[in-house]
Write a protein that binds this ligand. Sequence first.
Ligand SMILES: [Zn+2]
Length: 323
Amino acid sequence: MSWTERTIEPLALARPGVDRDAEHRTDEAWLAAAWSHPTTRVLVVSGGQVLVIDDTPGAAPGGAPAGGGTGGAGPSLVLLPSFEAPEGERYFLGTDTDGVRHFALAAESLPGRMDGEARPAGLREVGGLLSRRDAGLMVHAVALENWHRMHGFCARCGRPTVIAAAGHVRRCPACGAEHYPRTDPAVIMLVVDEDDRALLGRQVHWPEGRFSTLAGFVEPGESLEQAVVREVAEEVGVPVGEVTYVASQPWPFPSSLMLGFTAQAVSTGIRVDGDEIHEARWFSRDELTECFEAGTVLPPSSISIAARLIENWYGKPLPAPRR
Ligand SMILES: [Zn+2]
């Protein structure tokens, strides 16, 4: 199995389980009918959090009839019929493989639940544990909510904007400008040397022992490959040659798209910038295994593409983070 085949499929937060049905976003009659249809389900999102129910094996599935659906242990989204949804802006998310229409609803707060089983959760916590469909719904809803929350005013004229296209556009009534959801490209790369050692760094604000791949935002007028070369040079002073794309992952914290690469180091001398990166080291697989066992290196969160990039080089799953 190739690097790419192993990488793309299991990435949490990059699992399409819903057809976005974009052609319906400007059809108000269709949207109104879809909203009021009895099988339609609504995911309430507030401040990046949603309600989830923790399924336990053998227990009755929680949530509304069309909700849940992991079919086993692990959390599932609480999806409400539209007549139970609170007030708020609606975003049309799409149609799942059972033909159920899904909306997100951005509310001031999450609704209380009489059964007491539901709990609020964020994407970092449950994104990697949800079913394919639920992960796709949640990442879409959270990304849109982040964007709407930050873009209430027109970047051209400064007047208030209004929601349009079922949550996928904001329009300015004053000057007519249309604003589209923003995604900020960021490159994330595993640098490997000619001895097949991997370069991992620790950011200034990370705890002792936490190491991961290098990463940074793409700048205006720059290609992805140029961004990889520049970021590695800036952060650790290592020149890299060949840059190879691996996979991508939406990362709506608040609006990034992580584009994963491997990069081949031309030389191995390290000079950390001390600004973003506090320390960086070359690791062979054996050295990394020893460090994991001794607890001197802590792996990155399993939800992130960083973990997947390291894992594909390492050749096996990384140990679970210690608590
Ligand atoms: Zn305007």
